[in-house]
Design a protein around this ligand. Structure first.
Ligand code: UN1
Length: 502
């Protein structure tokens, strides 16, 4: 049987909606010479972006800083209502679906799932703000009141990745906005058009233009934004290397000590012992490693198979992988579309060429596009995989039952701690493995991707990031300034003449 990736009902509902705006010219950004954006599907030019200069960055932060006091003074309810209106608009937008495919190279299933996730982020943070960001009176001695309240920090910088150009972009931005911050959003240079369309919907929902601004550009633009002393916090999703750079730039300012919320990569492992159910393992491995062409930070990278079932499992996994359809993601029957660009494709080709190839999918993709056929590489020990390979490339290692502790140690030694999978019919085995590793999301007897907002808070530790988890109750608090107000309520405290003398 083939592998089912998607929600057919959701897909049908979306495609019944109004047609996408015909012949629309997509554009993002305001200044500079336009740069053409090409689709990873076939290389066709789909729009253009005008990227920011250093002066544009400064001017955008000026406007955001001026807009902050009034935005911060709005009620949480008013800000939350704008996110909810944005969520409604995203659900109704056919253009976003089109752009997720054209610019992001997403399959229909992935594009629909991403729209769902973006909507969930907006609604979840709106609801969370209404409950957890409202002032709280804390218990204390008589004669005083203690109120803990949350306000915005100032200008928040949101730097988002190309692999979830809508959901992560809006997740960061909506959390920062509802907490009272004004926002400079710097989308990945590969996907500015989707970000521009999301921004348009935020503005249409009532968020003032200077309160959330898009600054398009490459890493140099991001670096100049991070270096500005007025930046009161940074939310970043992307590579561990860039998170290090951001950390260094923030520290080198010798300025205010501001929060960095970083969500980075992983060498995500799944351990499969000989008690696991082979059909379930097959489905979950193929989904975790190859859905979204493996371009998720949560994706399975290192499959650890107990030696006595390894050959049987690999035969099943290879059979299921061979059934996946690689090709134009606009075709509803396609499972795997392109990788994001030629650099990614060439990097992955080098990694596959350098490895010990066990299996290669026969697909080619569409001419002019950037496709990578799924590959399975074998390695001798778990510690042989030392870097994240971001694409449809799965590394497999065999272990003997007595060697499980060494496998766990090797996974710990990567320094990453994002997702971890365990397939075992013995509950104690899963618990033992999870207890010895610092991973932020542990998946037992299921696939390892697609964390649900509000249900499976997502994020890791160590080289995988700082937390707090996106889509979880602690996330918003990191965007907020906490202020504890203690007031003397005795006669002395209420005596205005005493205050005047002080
Ligand atoms: C990422 O790929 O950058 O659970 C993070 C998941 C997604 C991963 C998002 N939330 O698959």
């Amino acid at each position: 049987a083939g592998v089912e990736f998607g929600d057919a009902a959701a897909l049908a509902a979306l495609t019944e909606k109004s047609a996408a705006t015909p012949n629309r010219r997509w554009a993002a950004g305001e200044t500079r010479t336009p740069r053409k954006i090409r689709s990873p599907i076939d290389g066709a030019v789909i729009g253009e972006v005008r990227e920011a200069s250093p002066a544009d960055c400064t001017a955008a932060i000026d406007r955001a800083a001026r807009a902050f006091p009034a935005w911060n003074a709005r009620t949480i309810d008013a800000r939350a209502a704008m996110l909810e209106r944005t969520a409604d608009a995203i659900e109704a937008s056919r253009d976003l679906l089109v752009l997720l495919q054209l610019e992001g190279g997403k399959t229909l299933d992935d594009a629909v799932a991403e729209i769902r996730e973006a909507v969930d982020f907006c609604r979840y943070y709106a609801a969370e703000a209404r409950t957890s960001l409202t002032p709280q009176t804390l218990p204390g001695p008589t004669g005083e009141t203690n109120v803990l309240r949350h306000r915005g920090r100032g200008v928040f910088l949101c730097i988002s990745p190309w692999n979830f150009p809508l959901a992560i972009f809006l997740g960061q931005v909506s959390a920062a906005l509802v907490a009272g911050n004004t926002v400079i959003a710097k989308p990945a240079e590969q996907t500015p058009l989707i970000a521009a369309e999301a921004l348009r919907l935020l503005h249409a929902a009532g968020v003032p233009a200077d309160v959330v601004q898009l600054v398009a550009g490459d890493g140099a633009v991001g670096a100049s934004l991070v270096a500005d002393r007025r930046v009161a916090g940074v939310a970043f999703t992307g590579s561990t290397e860039i998170a290090w750079k951001i950390n260094r730039t923030l520290a080198a300012k010798n300025g205010p000590i501001v929060p960095l919320i970083a969500e980075t990569g992983g060498i995500n492992a799944m351990i499969v012992d000989s008690t696991a159910l082979p059909e379930q393992v097959t489905d979950d491995v193929v989904t975790s490693a190859f859905r979204s062409a493996g371009q998720r930070c949560s994706a399975l990278r290192l499959l650890c198979l107990q030696a006595d079932i390894a050959d049987h499992m690999l035969t099943m996994i290879e059979g299921a992988t061979a059934e996946l359809k690689l090709g134009d993601p606009r075709d509803a029957s396609t499972h795997i579309g392109p990788v994001i660009d030629a650099d990614a494709r060439d990097h992955l080709a080098r990694k596959i060429a350098a490895g010990r190839l066990r299996f290669r999918h026969p697909g080619k993709g569409v001419a002019g596009g950037t496709y990578v056929a799924p590959a399975i590489l074998e390695i001798d020990t778990a510690s042989d995989l030392t870097e994240e390979v971001f694409g449809p490339v799965l590394h497999v290692v065999r272990y003997r039952a007595g060697d499980l502790p060494r496998v766990i140690d090797a996974i710990a030694a990567t320094g990453y701690g994002l997702t971890l999978g365990v397939h075992s019919r013995i509950a104690a085995t899963a618990e033992k493995i999870a207890a010895r590793l610092p991973h932020g999301n542990v998946y037992v007897n299921r696939n390892m991707i697609g964390a649900v907002v509000g249900t499976q808070p997502f994020g890791g530790s160590g080289l995988s990031g700082t937390g707090p988890k996106a889509g979880g109750p602690a996330y918003l608090h990191r965007f907020a300034l906490e202020q504890t107000v203690t007031t003397n309520t005795t006669a002395a405290g209420g005596n205005a003449s005493l205050l005047a003398e002080a």
